[in-house]
Design a protein around this ligand. Structure first.
Ligand code: FE2
Length: 360
């Protein structure tokens, strides 16, 4: 009965099923269970191609990100494992990117462990060649409820460098790359004032040296700003925003990426529900290729803080050109072509005299 309720909920939120075939194999077909293994290697030089192989099997190569700008981040939420996922990955692979940022749901495995294996095989050609940095979504949990709590498979298979950033949980962490401080927040763990995540986030924001790391970027799963009818009012959006938006604003976070809503929406700089030239740009990019379809019902009229919205599959490209300027573009999946449908220039807040008086 619980399962049935879940699908009824999904059906209500997503009215356009993905027109391409589902690539997921049934558990019986997927007869190659694996035990996740991890190894830490390094230190590695920047902008260098490394070649590696496992005890058996073919050779792989991994390119490390550059030490300095420019640096290119494709971004895709709610990737899933459908034909749309495949076309999204094909478009991403052509972009010669440096680091893939994913505000997920990843495999949409829900409770089916074998779907993590099929997802791993689907993404391996790309994920083996570049760093993929992820944060969790609700469909990455073993208990799909309004408040998912367990991420056993996710934590085992997608271990991120959380302890290196002082976090005690794989569900939230930060890292620095090529002049960008990236914070991955956990929408599905405690986020209230006084929580472990909050107490980790506050000093992590304070320690960012904007002269060395000019760009400050945050990823979450459930969007704080959203004019789509899907996923309105969820505690992971409303409660987390109430708890943490002030911290991000005072630290002059440049941009916040989210997934969860299966559509694309870009907001202008915003804080506390109003346009604010020192607030982050908020972008929902939950249209990577999930199984549940697109969310095409929007509140009307379009809020003035919402600059662009469209329910189509696609992915984004965040290209940091230098310390003060970046380009954002959204690429709609139009069959086999990657079509750029929205783009905007983003000026770094730490280099903006009107905003660079940090309040933290
Ligand atoms: Fe989600």
């Amino acid at each position: 009965m619980k399962f049935q309720n879940f699908w009824m909920l999904v059906a209500a939120a997503y009215d356009r099923p993905p027109p391409r075939q589902n690539l997921v194999l049934s558990p019986a077909e997927d007869a190659d269970p694996t035990t996740p293994q991890q190894v830490i290697i390094g230190s590695l030089d920047p902008d260098t191609e490394y070649y590696y192989r496992f005890a058996t099997g073919s050779e792989y190569s991994l390119k490390t990100p550059p030490a300095k700008f420019p640096v290119k981040f494709p971004i895709s939420g709610d990737l899933g494992q459908t034909g749309w996922t495949k076309s999204t990955l094909e478009h991403v692979s052509k972009s010669n990117y440096d680091v893939f940022l994913l505000p997920e749901d990843l495999s949409s495995a829900d409770t089916v462990e074998s779907l993590w294996d099929s997802f791993g095989r689907l993404v391996e050609p790309l994920a083996s060649r570049r760093p993929w940095m992820v944060t969790q979504g609700n469909h990455d949990s073993e208990n799909i409820t309004a408040v998912p709590t367990t991420f056993i498979a996710y934590n085992a298979r997608w271990r991120m460098p959380f302890d290196e950033s002082g976090s005690t949980s794989n569900l939230y962490y930060s890292f620095e790359v090529s002049g960008v401080h990236v914070i991955m927040l956990g929408s599905y763990t405690d986020f209230g004032p006084g929580s472990n995540q909050y107490r980790w986030l506050e000093p992590d924001l304070k320690k960012v040296d904007r002269s060395r790391m000019p760009w400050l970027v945050v990823l979450i799963h459930a969007p704080w700003y959203n004019s789509n009818y899907a996923h309105q009012g969820e505690i992971q959006s409303v409660g987390m925003m109430e708890s943490m938006e002030g911290l991000l604003y005072k630290a002059r976070v440049d941009i916040v990426f989210a997934g969860h809503v299966h559509a694309y929406e870009r907001f202008n700089r915003v804080y506390n529900h109003k346009a604010n030239s020192c607030g982050p740009v908020h972008i929902t990019i939950g249209d990577g290729g999930n199984l549940h379809g697109l969310a095409s019902n929007y509140a009307e009229p379009q809020p003035t803080i919402s600059a662009f919205r469209e329910a189509s599959f696609g992915h984004g490209q965040f290209e940091v050109v230098n310390a003060s300027y970046a380009k954002w573009s959204w690429h709609r999946n139009d069959d086999d072509e990657s079509v750029q449908a929205d783009s905007v220039s983003i000026i770094n807040l730490a280099s903006d005299p009107a905003c660079n008086k940090l309040e933290i």
